[in-house]
Design a protein around this ligand. Structure first.
Ligand code: P1T
Length: 412
């Protein structure tokens, strides 16, 4: 949408934009599709025609000169409604998710809010997984509830529960897989089947997997949301969100909201995220290998009652994860045999692994969800146990990580 188009024009604008975003996955001269890493590096941007700049410039311009009244030179008018650096990010994530359309937002929560605002009206109903980021639950349980939206919370690992919760006014099913923070796994294709002909949209928050490990659109999801603050950015230095879809009507509404409500990223933030994505594949390989080693190590420690990691064969979602993911991710949660006290103490005992919220950066972090990221879910169906510690396993030397975990457990 451009600054002066009305909401009704947004569909037309979306179709024009579609040409920019369509079929972003690249092929070589013979038509052979390039692999993930090649797309991550090249899909969003070609060297600048004028200067040959290998990297997308950080277009700090708020506005763009017009060749005549309402005649846009390069498709850009005003940076709230479109910016070339932001477009490079959107095209890259769309390519990596196999989507026609991608829209970037100022945070993951802004992306979530945009999807909810596009799909829901007062009196509507949505279905939410019983384990999800606390901020997602909080937004639905406050702003959207006050707006007259009804929510059913179900275990999305059991698609029959979703089918049973569907109502005529259900507009969307929102799920995470793996979930935050309990690392539950949902069979995305089975949920898409359970929805059948029901018009509710299936939305997957793919933040924990990243597009390198899982592509929900190919499994039947309608919309994929990412907090790019995590693995896509990858360096804990930029907050952002992206929504991708093949649904032109949904994308038209998202495009309208970008310009109409304005929760878009700035060009510097978009660039940092875009830059991070170039190394997503190599980072995720190391993240996954380190996480598997951390999970196996923790499973052998007497202080730990349970390790929640889909890469462990005894995880209830292991078989589904092995089928729908290319790796098991790098989030590992543990429940302490001694309850909350050792869990809290452990969080303060690690030295290399930093006590902090967030995840997906190169550095390992850990946190206590019940008192930190998921505090707003206390007393709800999404409440998390107080003996739980969540670890975002980074890409440091694995011996150093295991040594830190060892000393932190030994000191309990
Ligand atoms: O923080 P933000 O970029 O706004 O993204 C929100 C969000 C959405 N979805 C998932 C699965 C998330 O994990 C998050 C953010 N999560 C944290 C900050 C956290 O520590 O869990």
């Amino acid at each position: 949408m451009t600054e002066h188009e009305t909401r009704a024009d947004a569909g037309t604008a979306a179709r024009r934009e579609a040409a920019l975003h369509a079929e972003r996955r690249l092929t070589d001269a013979t038509g052979r599709p390039f692999g993930f890493d090649t797309n991550a590096i090249h899909a969003g941007y070609e060297p600048d025609a004028q200067t040959g700049a290998i990297n997308v410039p950080i277009y700090t311009s708020t506005t763009f000169a017009q060749d005549g009244v309402a005649q846009l030179r390069g498709g850009f008018e005003y940076s709230r409604c479109g910016n070339p650096t932001v477009t490079a990010l959107e095209q890259t994530v769309a390519a990596l998710e196999g989507a026609r359309f991608g829209r970037a937002w100022g945070s993951g929560m802004a992306a979530t809010d945009a999807v909810l605002r596009v799909l829901l009206r007062p009196g509507d109903h949505l279905i939410l997984g019983n384990d999800a980021y606390g901020g997602t639950f909080r937004l639905i349980d406050t702003t959207y509830r006050e707006w007259g939206v009804h929510c059913s919370v179900v275990d999305t690992a059991d698609p029959a529960q979703i089918a049973a919760a569907l109502r005529p006014e259900t507009k969307l099913v929102w799920l995470e897989t793996p979930t935050n923070p309990l690392l539950g796994i949902t069979d995305i294709a089975a949920v898409a089947d359970a929805l059948g002909e029901h018009p509710a949209k299936l939305v997957v928050d793919n933040t924990f997997a990243s597009p390198y490990l899982q592509n929900p659109l190919a499994l039947g999801a309608d919309i994929v949301m990412h907090s790019t603050t995590k693995y896509l950015g990858g360096h804990s230095d930029v907050v952002g969100g992206v929504v991708v879809t093949n649904d032109e009507d949904v994308d038209g509404e998202l495009l309208f909201l970008q310009g109409g409500a304005g929760a878009v990223p700035g060009p510097m933030d978009a660039y940092l995220t875009y830059r991070g994505i170039k190394t997503l594949g190599v980072r995720m390989d190391r993240h996954c290998a380190n996480a598997q080693a951390v999970a196996e190590f923790l499973a052998g420690r007497p202080e730990i009652a349970q390790v929640l990691y889909p890469g462990l064969p005894d995880h209830p979602g292991h078989a589904v994860a092995a089928r729908q993911m290319r790796g098991f991710g790098a989030m590992v949660s543990v429940r302490f045999a001694g309850g909350e006290a050792p869990a809290l103490q452990f969080c303060e005992n690690t030295r290399l692994i930093c006590l902090a919220e967030s995840l997906g950066g190169v550095e390992s972090l850990l946190e206590h969800p019940a008192k930190m990221t998921h505090q707003s879910a206390a007393g709800s169906a999404l409440e998390v146990p107080d003996d739980l510690v969540r670890i975002s396993v980074g890409i440091e030397n694995i011996d150093d990580l295991l040594a830190d975990l060892t000393q932190a457990l030994d000191a309990l």
